[in-house]
Design a protein around this ligand. Structure first.
Ligand code: IPE
Ligand code: IPE
Ligand code: MG
Length: 237
């Protein structure tokens, strides 16, 4: 089995602290965060990662000050307009994951355009979770099945989730020093390897990504089995 994860998911945390440390407004940290993400998309593609899923705005981020929320919405529209041609050139396919009903027409239009422009691409699958929460996702999946009168089973629910087009993440990275999921991929991360970095997201560079990948390569994924079943006898203590 390849030691490069097929699917990496990232909680890009620490933008606000990065800005505050520099006496800058928090939105300056989010802008710097977009640059870090831009580089990360390319680096993941170069390393053979097939799917990258990032947490950009959570269901709970509406609780932030209104100026930060509007700054984040504007940044999304602006960053999409600027980055989509390059993503297009690199063959990256963009998907937006989250509750679109809560977004403005302008933001929704930006998402639709970004997805449409890259829909024919066959390279890295890039999922951007925006107005997303794991609880929202499980709830909307169950509600959809119930409305269609379909039975709720583990596999019917999994295929009604917003990330049903990709396998579950192999590796979930969270930057910014916190060790929690904050409502990210609650269902899909059931067997993901977790990696926490103290680096703030704007500082999560190529070397930091390689460190996360090197750490992942040392993990033994057992999915409930014993080491012996996997053909890797446990070393005597
Ligand atoms: C993560 O960075 C980005 C979003 C939640 C939009 P934060 O804005 O949470 O940065 P910190 O955690 O306050 O430093
Ligand atoms: C998680 O970060 C959400 C995103 C990175 C988009 P938060 O900064 O919102 O998480 P908490 O509030 O510290 O748990
Ligand atoms: Mg944070």
């Amino acid at each position: 089995m390849s030691t490069i994860p097929h699917h990496i998911a990232i909680v890009m945390d620490g933008n606000g602290r990065w800005a505050t440390q520099r006496y800058l407004p928090r939105v300056a940290g989010h802008k710097k965060g977009v640059s870090a993400l831009r580089a990360c998309v390319r680096q993941c593609g170069e390393r053979g990662v097939k799917v990258l899923t990032v947490f950009a705005f959570s269901s709970e981020n509406w609780n932030r000050p209104p100026e930060e929320i509007s700054g984040l919405m504007e940044l999304l529209v602006f960053a999409l307009a600027r980055e989509v041609p390059q993503l297009q050139a690199e063959g990256v396919r963009v998907h937006f994951i989250g509750d679109r009903a809560g977004l403005s027409d302008k933001v929704r239009a930006g998402l639709v355009q970004g997805e449409a422009a890259t829909a024919g691409n066959t390279g890295l699958v890039f999922n951007i979770c925006f107005n997303y929460g794991g609880r929202w996702d499980i709830t909307q999946a169950a509600a959809g099945l119930a409305a269609r009168g379909e039975p709720i089973t583990e596999s019917s629910l999994a295929s009604a989730l917003a990330l049903a087009h990709v396998p579950d993440p192999d590796l979930v990275i969270r930057t910014g020093g916190e060790r929690r999921l904050s409502n990210f991929l609650l269902w899909q991360a059931a067997y993901s390897e977790l990696y926490f970095s103290d680096k703030l997201w704007p500082e999560f560079d190529e070397a930091a990504l390689d460190q996360a990948l090197a750490d992942y390569a040392t993990r033994e994924r057992r999915f409930g089995q014993t080491p012996e079943q996997l053909g890797r006898p446990r070393k005597a203590a």
